[in-house]
Write a protein that binds this ligand. Structure first.
Ligand code: SDX
Length: 432
């Protein structure tokens, strides 16, 4: 159907009662039935666990077409941004849904550069936590703690929210690097204002006070590409979490801290760490690739092909296609080889020729190849999801700001279908 042929309403018949519900069409042609009056008109609610069929908001930021394997940030295809843009420019694009002018980009880059340091008192938070703690827990705590330093955060003007956005974009790499330095007992490295965003991340992660350190430009470019590819992905679990927490009026730092926690899960951003651990288990002979794949097809095996499958993509995740090629490019440029890439390719080939995966439209997602590149860049495995969070930061913030500006926005409060006990009288304990 086209916009012209599409009916303006959808008819719902429930017994002898029929109602008409408005039909909406997005700018990319997706069709939605507006059910905001459903309960009032039909006395019924919908049931959609996981919300896979439910639009929670109108948004102009990112568009996915899962059937076609399309991803666009404000209309710009991810393939073109990956090839021609850089992460700070993509931050602006997501936040404004327009590419910046040269002057806007210069000012934005300056503003971020000059907000990268953390308050000296915040540094004590890291040293108060166990070195073996997962860095995602440390980062969620540190980001939440930012609101103790910026106490006006909350119901603010757009200008005040904007400075909090700059603070978060600027300080997330510093927080990430400090969580790593604390875990290995090395001194924190202050950010450097002469480095690029990605170069500064590498500096704060790998430099020491003992000698000069210059980030490898190949590594910095590869990291910048990874950050672009992770920057936003419409209403995924962690972004929906950021919107939901913000919908209560909680401040940006609290909302993003919750998003970091949601991203940590192995079904979401935590999958990039799980993929490498999966590939390593095969490399180290725990089981062959084929043995692994047979287990991954058995529900009760407790084994899942991590980095495969997606709620929206029922085709190849376009980011995975870019990352697969980047694996070869980066390993080649760095003169490295990694047997894990060969194992990943073998698993993919098995899956693409196995009815279990083909029938369920399970393809590699963004997490399947990303870890191989992080590993080639020298990033420790338990930091992989933290890097996902650094990349997703502009997405979370832009979606949070869009929610704040949405006149139709309401506090998120889904309904349920109650399946529990019917009314019954209290029984004193001696009678139970
Ligand atoms: C991210 O939403 C986003 O946009 C997320 C993200 C982003 O940028 O924000 O793209 C990032 O989170 C990517 C996904 C990373 N997670 C993983 O790689 C973990 C492995 N994948 C899955 O667990 C799963 O595919 C999900 C969680 C990604 C999607 O889950 P769904 O949509 O709820 O799908 P499902 O679990 O209902 O699976 C449908 C079927 C089931 O089999 P049947 O019940 O039909 O027999 O496919 C099977 C599943 O058992 N299945 C898998 C599988 N993924 C799904 N079987 C084996 N291995 C897998 N990886």
């Amino acid at each position: 159907m086209t916009n012209e042929t599409l009916p303006k309403t959808a008819k719902l018949t429930l017994g002898d009662h029929a109602i008409d519900l408005p039909v909406m069409v997005g700018t990319a042609g997706e069709v939605a039935i507006d059910i905001r009056q459903l309960r009032a008109k039909a006395g019924a609610i919908t049931y959609d666990p996981g919300l896979g069929n439910t639009g929670a908001c109108l948004s102009k930021i990112t568009f996915l077409d899962g059937e076609q394997g399309v991803l666009r940030y404000a209309g710009y295809p991810i393939e073109e941004l990956a090839k021609s843009s850089h992460f700070v420019e993509v931050m602006w694009l997501l936040l404004h849904q327009e590419l910046p002018s040269a002057q806007q980009l210069a000012q934005f880059t300056h503003d971020i550069t000059y907000h990268t340091m953390l308050h000296e008192d915040l540094k004590r938070l890291f040293s108060s936590l166990p070195k073996a703690g997962h860095p995602m827990a440390v980062c969620a705590a540190a980001v939440g703690a930012l609101s103790t330093f910026y106490q006006t955060a909350g119901n603010q003007t757009h200008e005040q929210n904007w400075i909090d956005a700059i603070r978060l974009l600027a300080k997330m790499p510093t927080i990430a690097a400090y969580s790593y330095k604390h875990s290995i007992g090395q001194p924190f490295m202050y950010p450097r204002n002469d480095l690029s965003y990605a170069g500064n991340i590498l500096h704060m992660m790998f430099a020491t006070p003992c000698e000069a350190y210059e980030p490898n430009p190949i590594v910095a470019r590869a990291l910048d590409l990874l950050l672009i590819l992770h920057a936003d992905h419409e209403q995924n679990c962690s972004t929906s979490t950021v919107r939901t927490v913000g919908s209560s009026g909680a401040n940006l730092f609290a909302s993003v801290s919750a998003g970091i926690s949601a991203l940590w899960g192995p079904l979401h951003g935590g999958a990039n760490q799980a993929v490498i651990e999966m590939l390593m288990s095969i490399r180290d002979g725990k089981r062959t690739a084929r043995e692994f794949m047979e287990l991954a097809k058995k529900k009760d095996s407790g084994v899942r092909l991590m980095g495969f499958g997606h709620r929206v993509y029922k085709n190849y995740d376009p980011r995975a296609l870019i990352l697969k090629q980047a694996c070869y490019d980066v390993l080649g440029q760095l003169g490295k080889k990694d047997p894990l890439l060969d194992i990943a390719i073998e698993l993919e080939q098995i899956a693409l020729n196995d009815a279990y995966f083909v029938d369920r439209k399970l393809y590699p997602n963004v997490d399947f190849y990303s870890g191989i590149i992080y590993k080639a860049l020298g990033i420790p495995v338990d930091m992989f999801t933290v890097y996902f969070a650094i990349g997703r930061m502009p997405g979370w913030i832009s979606q949070w700001l869009e929610y704040q500006a949405d006149p139709e926005a309401r506090i998120t409060r889904p309904r349920q279908v109650f399946m529990g006990a019917t009314p019954r009288p209290y029984q004193p304990v001696e009678k139970r």
